[in-house]
Design a protein around this ligand. Structure first.
Ligand SMILES: C=C(C[SeH])C(=O)N1CCC[C@H]1C(=O)O
Ligand SMILES: [Zn+2]
Length: 557
């Protein structure tokens, strides 16, 4: 469909939404006794960006599709300039993951931002005005209030701040250890003893997950690591096989199998016919209980096998709540939708499960192999937390006006330095717009959902592991990080019960259905990583690593 065609259908749908909204506002729905019906009206009483006058909505869509197009068509040159057609997926992501040449990493890091964020700065400023205009038309103060309304939680932002405070000590231990290993690898000239970590050395274009540094950060380098990418390639894995394996995990729990429409209509590999595609992985619901699809430019790596489970989690959720009224066909809150696949992936990534599926020859019951595994999970899950927070803490500040439009980039780097303890390879300025180098900013996808997901997926995992008799808090022989719920129908039943609720009840009810708790709680995450946290404290003490980082060096002027 052309962008003009997409625009026309967007406007037509906005007209439909506005008509429906006008009808709803004429009903005294707040006095309806039936809780389920009242809840449906409450959802329909919010209009979102469709409240904008048509010319402003058209501008909103034009700005967003323009920024997304800039992002998804960006190409950069390699270090020596012999090729200038490198795209993010797979080229630049592969370099950021595997290159150990600081000069090449710095070049790719800078070139990507030059060709994405920097080109979007003015569009984004105008886009923020329209988000705030839509918020006010919905009776909210700004875009932040509009975005957080879906959580229906009065003190949501302070709950997030509290969760991050609880997890900062663990993050600082990991940060100190990783900085130490990177300093050993690259030398003190490149990585200091007490400063922030250079962002381009962390194995990922946005420093959001550090799992690609396992070769440098493995606690016991001489012992097996669980990055089974080589075995996947050696066994001739294909993207299709990766999704079939994920489907098999879901059905082993008694959950709903992927539909024929899914297999016939999904795009599981980057097309090689020159079609431009937004390669960022996504899952799509066509709301008929059968037509569900994934679009993912999958490569054969463990990282993409985990992402495949992440996206299949969205699909399973779509299928489970297909019987709900239309307005309830979504997650209990956006974090729930992001947590489903990751929860199952916590079982898939275990050495025990990788052996079951033939990707690990043997699982040596060796505490050092175990520590290597825990480190691989922490490099993704713990490293991610401050990034997940920064992405929306910055946008909340921009929408509310706490961050002025003249300070967009330097306020971004103040948060990146303060919360993540990372610094850019070169001092940045307000000529740059580095937030725009991350898909979810031009794509206008709220991000705190992933922070919420990384907390609650451990609550879900812990509850399902207890149900599957794979974890007993009082039995050290069965630690949480070794749990694999594969094939357990009881755990599957408990998960399905929560998923089938969709958004028909407030999210604490859905949380209670699976965990017995009614709030987000970081205890399960801390329990999972306890053995690693103890190890990190000993290791950092032995190596006299400094915990924390200096913030006096300018990162943006
Ligand atoms: C996989 C998706 C699509 Se819903 C995604 O955007 N994620 C999953 C983890 C965090 C975030 C990212 O890639 O930045
Ligand atoms: Zn997702």
């Amino acid at each position: 469909m052309t962008s003009a065609g997409m625009l026309a259908s967007r406007l037509e749908y906005a007209r439909f939404e506005k008509d429906r909204w006008k009808q709803v506002t004429q009903v005294d729905w707040k006095s309806i006794k039936d809780e389920n019906v009242k809840r449906q009206f409450k959802v329909l009483s919010k209009l979102g960006t469709a409240a904008l006058p048509e010319d402003r909505l058209e501008k909103y869509d034009q700005l967003q599709s323009g920024m997304e197009r800039t992002y998804s068509t960006a190409r950069v040159c390699n270090l020596n300039g012999t090729s200038c057609d490198l795209s993010l997926e797979p080229d630049l992501s592969e370099i950021m993951a595997n290159s150990r040449d600081p000069e090449e990493l710095e070049h790719v890091w800078l070139a990507w931002r030059e060709n994405t964020g920097k080109k979007m700065r003015n569009s984004y400023k105008e886009f923020v005005e329209l988000i705030n205009e839509a918020a006010e038309l919905n009776g909210f103060s700004d875009g932040t209030e509009l975005w957080l309304d879906v959580y229906d939680t009065a003190d949501f932002q302070s709950q997030i701040a509290r969760l991050w405070d609880q997890l900062t000590p663990l993050y600082e231990q990991l940060h100190a250890y990783v900085r130490g290993r990177l300093r050993q690898h690259y030398g003190e000239e490149v990585v200091s003893r007490d400063g922030p970590i250079p962002a381009h050395l962390l194995g990922n274009m946005w420093s959001q997950s550090w799992g690609n540094l396992l070769d440098i950060c493995k606690p016991y380098p001489e012992k097996a690591s669980v990055d089974v990418t080589p075995q996947m390639k050696a066994q001739g894995y294909t993207p299709l096989k990766m999704f079939q394996m994920s489907d098999e995990f879901f059905t082993s729990l008694g959950l709903i199998p992927m539909t024929p429409e899914f297999w016939n209509r999904s795009i599981l590999e980057k097309p090689d016919d020159g079609r431009e595609l937004v390669c960022h992985a996504s899952a799509w619901d066509f709301y008929d209980g059968k037509d569900v699809r994934i679009k993912q430019c999958t490569v054969v790596t463990l990282e993409d096998l985990i992402t495949a489970h992440h996206e299949m989690g969205h699909i399973e959720y779509f299928l489970q709540y297909a019987g709900q009224p239309q307005v309830f066909k979504t997650g209990a809150n956006p974090g729930f939708h992001e947590a489903v696949g990751d929860t199952l992936a916590l079982s898939v990534a275990t050495p025990k499960h990788l052996k079951k599926i033939g990707l690990l020859e043997e699982v040596i019951n060796d505490p050092e192999v175990d520590m290597n595994f825990l480190m691989s999970v922490a490099l993704d899950k713990i490293a991610f937390l401050p990034f997940g927070y920064v992405m929306d803490k910055w946008r909340w500040g921009v929408f509310s006006g706490d961050i002025s439009e003249d300070d967009l980039n330097c306020e971004w780097w103040k948060l990146r330095l303060g919360l993540q303890g990372i610094e850019p390879p070169q001092v940045r300025s307000e000529m740059d717009f580095d937030p725009g180098a991350k898909y979810h900013i031009p794509g206008n996808v709220p991000y705190i959902r992933y922070f919420v997901s990384f907390i609650i997926q451990f609550q879900f995992h812990k509850a399902l592991c207890i149900t599957a008799n794979q974890y007993d808090p009082n039995d050290r022989a069965r630690p949480l990080h070794q749990c694999d719920i594969y094939n357990n129908k009881e755990a599957g039943k408990k998960l399905a019960k929560m998923l089938s609720m969709g958004a028909s009840k407030p999210w604490p009810d859905a949380m209670e259905a699976i965990t017995g708790q009614r709030e987000m709680d970081a205890t399960a995450l801390r329990d999972y990583f306890q053995p690693l946290e103890d190890w990190l404290k000993r290791e950092n003490q032995e190596n006299q690593e400094i915990i924390g980082w200096k913030t006096d060096e300018p990162v943006c002027t």
